[in-house]
Each structure stands twice: as C-alpha cells, then as structure tokens.
Design a protein around this ligand. Structure first.
Ligand SMILES: Nc1ncnc2c1ncn2[C@@H]1O[C@H](COP(=O)(O)OP(=O)(O)OP(=O)(O)O)[C@@H](O)[C@H]1O
Ligand SMILES: [Mg+2]
Length: 494
C-alpha cells in the first residue's frame, strides 16, 4: 500500500468563503481531510525525532496555510520560527507572517485589548480573570498547590483577581499590571488594619476603594462596588494569614513576572497586534520558545493562547468566516484546563487546534496529574478528533493508541515472512497485501494495531528515504483505503 499526502496548488488566499466540506489534504488517493475535520481538532503524538514536525505536522500546516487560514503558532524550540518561515514560504504566505518576540516591533497590551475591544460589557472582568488564571495555572505547576486543594486555591486566586480588576476599573477607569500588583500588596492583612489610620493613609487599595465610592454609579455598578468593598474589607481581611499569604504570593509572583523587562515591554506597553489579526489572515508566531525563555516564554504563550481562544470564541462567523488555527508544538507546555472547554465549542468558531506532543503522560502531568487532570486530558483528547501517531516507545501512549483503535477478531499467521522496506508498515499492521506464503493461522480477539507496532514506524531522514510513518485515526470515520477508522500514512519530509 502506498499512501502520501496530496499536495495542491496554492489557492487564492483572499478567497472570501470557506466551506466546511473543502478538502485540505489527502491521506490517501481516496481519503480526504476536510476543513470540517480540521476544526474538529488534531493531536499529533510521537517520540522525539519521530517526525511529528517534519512529517504530519508539516503536511497539516501546509494544507491549512494553502487554504488561507490565519493562525497562532506557539513555539517550544528555538528553531520553530525557522520552520514556520519555511512553511509560509512554501505555501506562498510569507507576507502574512507576523513574528511576536524580543526582536520584533509587535506589542500586545492584553489588558487594554480586553478593556477597549468592541462589545465589551459583562464579560470584561471575567475575560481578564480567565487570562490571568490561565497564566497562574502554569505558574503554579510543580509548586505543590496542586492536588486535592487545587480547586480551592484556583477559586481563591480567581476571586482575588476578579475583585482587584473590578476595583481598579471602578476607581481609575483602567486596568494595568503595575496597579494590579500595587493594589493586591496593599490590601488589608487583618480587620485591625482595616480600622487603622496608618493603613488607610498609605494603602493604594484603600485609596481605590475611596475613589470608586465617590464615582457616580449605575445601580448595577453600585451593587458591584458593594461586593468588591465587602471582599477587601471583610472577607479578604479575615482570611487566615497562611491562606492569604499563599493566595497573594502566587498572584503577585505571577503578576510580577508580567511586570518585568521583556514581558512588560511586550504585553504592558502599546498594542499594534491582537489575536483578531488571525481572522484577517495573519500567521502570528510567538517567538519566545519555552526551551529558551523558560517561564517567561511559557507565560507569553499561554497569555496569547488564552486571549486568542477568547477572541475567536466571540467572533461573528458570518462577518469573519476565515478559518484559523491554533498550533502548539510540545503542547504540554501550554495546555491548560480551559482547553478542553474551548475544544468543545471552537468548531463553530472555525478554529482548528493542532497540538503536537511526545506522549500522553506529559499532558496528564501538565494538567496536574491527579484524577481531575486525567479527566480533563481525556476530554481534550476526545475533542481533538484527528489523531496522528508516530513512532513511540512510551508504553502508556502506545496502549492508549491501540485501545482507541480497538480490538477485533484476528487471524494470526504462524509462519514468518520477509518483506521489502516498501511494505514493511503494511505487514507490521497486518493489512491485506502483506507478502505471502503463510502456512497456518490462529484466531483471537486482539488489538487491531498492537501497541508494539507504534515502536516500529519509520522516522524519516536519509535512512528511511525521508519517509515518516504515521497512523491517522479519526473517530467515527471509515477510511476508504483501509475500511477502518485508522489509516497508515507515509509522509514525505521533502
Ligand atoms: N527536512 C528534513 N529532511 C530530512 N530529515 C529531516 C528533516 N527534518 C527533520 N529531519 C530528521 O527527521 C527526523 C524527524 O524529525 P522531526 O523534527 O520531524 O521530529 P519530531 O517528532 O518533531 O521531534 P521533536 O519531538 O524532537 O520535535 C529526525 O531524525 C530529523 O533529524
Ligand atoms: Mg518537532
């Protein structure tokens, strides 16, 4: 069996309409991957060097670029930018590439964007809270506040963020990172402090409460103000010292990183690009790879990802029909608990998520490793409908992939065969057409694709004649070339 990704001529990127039935690429002569499939999400799993980026990743990226998608690319490795520059060149989309990073002029004032975007209203504070909560979530990984009490801390931090943002915008009419920081560190540490003249005279939080109180308010704003004042003067002040210090320190340490050098410059100054640019066809690459910029890179990527998801969810698909992709290589660095929810709704916003990762255990670990993390990961995997498996030696991933594909009654040959390199995968996967000369069979109810089959897929490079093997799985699909819901595909790296 010989299968290949189908290459198509570059299409007019300015084409006004996209149809969900549009073909983006062919997995085989008879099996197409459509725009509908793309917006149902994709996950590519394979060990380091298995050919995720240069095999299926490249084929999928080129297909979406050629179809005129806009998109957001989150990076993990220093060479990810060069990879996407190559992709854009190959797809004739160089002019649409926007690089957001330390060497570019692009700035994204995320708070201003949320405050000033059209259609602001009740969701305003909540959007900013969601952005900050996503960043807090990745900041917290490995800090020991996960596990059983995780939900409590998350709620407490979100509550602090919500009240601080509300108070600042009521008092000053704007929300800035330095003022958020100043407000939270000057909030009352006890009921005595609330009554103390010293605290009242020096606290920025108290000054904001006074300013907000004096402002003219609608009945709704007056109710909001009452809640905010109660929170800071009663609830927050009465928290135990330990609880308050954990909530405040995790909040301020995160906000502090946003408030320093590179991130302050990129995210807290002006705005000349926003996630909405992707709807116009921009390919925004966040060139702050996690491997190079560590936590700072991770914060930047997660901020962009979350702002992009919020922005895309809000768009009017009639007025802005261009499909967009959200791309993350080594996605475990940027996956947060909000992704599963986004994935359940993004289809109607024409957003195609494509996550590449080495194994599924990484994703479990990223989402906290607890039972809840596993459930969130399972939901996310379930909602990334196209799955591409490359060579892997991780038994958890291989068993999972084999389990997804399922078990069937199978006949096993008792005699061995020799095969050429061409039909190696065909024989490994037990597909028809694999050699001949079997002398005996036994039957059993077995994995249709054995977990060990994933350890033997070709990984590209000269020794495999630049061929990368992948097994494409789509729930609910019957591939014509295989008659099942999975299909072996050989991707060319060239
Ligand atoms: N354009 C290319 N031509 C030939 N070989 C390549 C090309 N790009 C990568 N390779 C080689 O092919 C193999 C697969 O590389 P690739 O970068 O796609 O793996 P990957 O699964 O993305 O790995 P990682 O998890 O480390 O990102 C590697 O051995 C790599 O050196
Ligand atoms: Mg890669």
């Amino acid at each position: 069996m010989r299968l290949w990704p189908f290459r198509r001529r570059s299409r007019d990127a300015a084409r006004p309409r996209w149809d969900l039935s549009d073909t983006l690429l062919h997995w085989s002569r008879h099996d197409a991957w459509s725009l509908r499939d793309a917006v149902e999400g994709t996950i590519v799993v394979g060990a380091t060097g298995s050919g995720k980026s240069s095999g299926s990743g490249r084929a999928i990226a080129l297909a979406m670029l050629r179809s005129g998608f806009g998109g957001l690319v989150l990076t993990a490795k220093p060479d990810d930018l060069a990879t996407w520059q190559r992709h854009c060149r190959e797809a004739g989309r160089e002019d649409d590439l926007r690089v957001f990073g330390p060497d570019s002029e692009l700035r994204f004032g995320f708070l201003d964007y949320e405050l000033n975007r059209p259609g602001r209203g009740a969701g305003l504070t909540e959007n900013i809270v969601q952005l900050l909560s996503a960043v807090l979530e990745v900041a917290e990984r490995g800090s020991g506040t996960g596990g059983d009490g995780e939900q409590y801390w998350k709620r407490a931090q979100a509550q602090l963020a919500r009240n601080a943002i509300d108070l600042l915008s009521m008092a000053t009419g704007r929300v800035t990172v330095p003022e958020l920081y100043k407000l939270v560190i000057s909030a009352p540490a006890s009921r005595e402090q609330v009554r103390s003249d010293d605290w009242r005279a020096s606290s920025f939080c108290f000054r904001c409460l006074g300013d907000a109180d004096r402002r003219e308010k609608s009945p709704e704003q007056a109710r909001d103000f009452e809640l905010v004042a109660d929170y800071f003067l009663v609830e927050f002040a009465a928290l135990s010292d330990r609880t308050r210090s954990v909530v405040v320190s995790s909040f301020t340490s995160t906000v502090d990183i946003l408030n320093r050098s590179l991130l302050r410059e990129l995210f807290c100054t002006t705005t000349n690009i926003t996630p909405a640019a992707a709807e116009e066809g921009a390919i925004i690459v966040i060139d702050l790879p996690v491997k190079l910029f560590a936590e700072v890179g991770q914060f930047a990527q997660v901020l962009w990802k979350t702002a992009f998801q919020r922005s895309i969810e809000r768009r009017n698909i009639e007025a802005s029909p261009r499909p967009v992709f959200l791309w993350a290589d080594e996605a475990q660095h940027v996956i947060t608990s909000g992704d599963a929810m986004f994935q359940t709704t993004c289809r109607s916003s024409r957003a195609a998520t494509c996550y590449l990762t080495q194994n599924i255990s990484n994703v479990y670990a990223a989402l906290g490793g607890s039972e809840k993390g596993r459930v969130e990961a399972a939901s996310l995997f379930g909602n990334l409908n196209t799955k591409v498996f490359h060579c892997n030696s991780d038994p958890v991933t291989n068993e999972w992939a084999a389990g997804l594909i399922g078990r069937t009654r199978q006949a096993f040959a008792n005699a061995s065969n020799s095969h050429t390199a061409e039909d190696q995968m065909t024989s490994l996967l037990g597909l028809p057409g694999a050699g001949g000369g079997n002398s005996g069979f036994s039957e059993s109810y077995e994995f249709e694709v054995q977990p060990r089959a994933f350890t033997q897929l070709r990984t590209g490079g000269p020794e495999h004649r630049w061929c990368v093997d992948g097994i494409v799985f789509q729930n609910g699909k019957s591939f014509r070339a295989s008659g099942t819901n999975w299909l072996p595909v050989a991707f060319s790296q060239r």
